[in-house]
Design a protein around this ligand. Sequence first.
Ligand code: SAM
Length: 277
Amino acid sequence: MQTLAEIRTLLAQRGLSPKKSLGQNFLIDHNLIRRLVDAAAIEPGDRVLEIGPGTGALTIDLLERGATVVASELDDGLAALLADTLGGAYPETFTLVHGDCLAGKRSLAAPLLAAIGDQPFKLVANLPYGAATPLILTLLADHPACGGVWVTIQREVVDRLAASPGTKAYGSISVVAQAIGSVERLATLPPGCFWPQPGVTSAMVAIKRRDDPLTDNPRRLADFCQEAFAQRRKQLGPSLKRLGYVPKQWPDGVDPTDRIESLSPEIICHLERACRS
Ligand code: SAM
């Protein structure tokens, strides 16, 4: 376990200080770290992807539970610190990938992909908030080996992931997350749980991949939802036509005068399937 004093010392010894531009807000409540690892039910031999290990507070918990951890850290100073500390202490089970975890809005960086391989893994992380939404979406839509994500992110994003049809927070990311996984809010974290304190409230969320996903083509669903929700207030008939989607048959319970924002994830999955040529 790393205390706040230890994190400060680790940084100071290397002349580092938290960078706002990289979302460096370190989680200093150890009970919450344990809660995340418990929720992910980490067992010896599990493969874990951690994005943004920082000084390694969560990483140590994962490694102590016997997990094999692939961690992606963008910050040069923190990457050097991790290589020296965790790289030396856990040479068999800790792999550091120094660099950006994303290659774009919808793909993981190639070195990270190579390090993860194709075996099942879980994402467990206190995510850099700037990367949270694209990262979660691409892992759910494009990486079936990812069994789920257990993460700390902005509360506002958790609200969107868990939102119900007809609410303001309901959107593309709600449909994709709920069609592919079961979304569970684990905790709300006020700014005081972090050092330095972020400007927003955070939350922990678990999205466990469903055994019975509502779609057989998550990427297609994600693209469809992104386009359709860009016109969320428009009637579906004309709006889909403009986007080049023509349902072969309107699914039961959907009318061309409905708006996408009022439909459940299940119905939207039926609709997307009906629009395939
Ligand atoms: N895991 C630590 C903790 O729980 O205290 C630090 C979490 S901090 C919120 C986010 C971390 O992500 C920082 O270490 C930051 O340098 C790193 N980071 C930011 N953007 C990144 C990116 N695109 N790819 C990989 N790491 C990134």
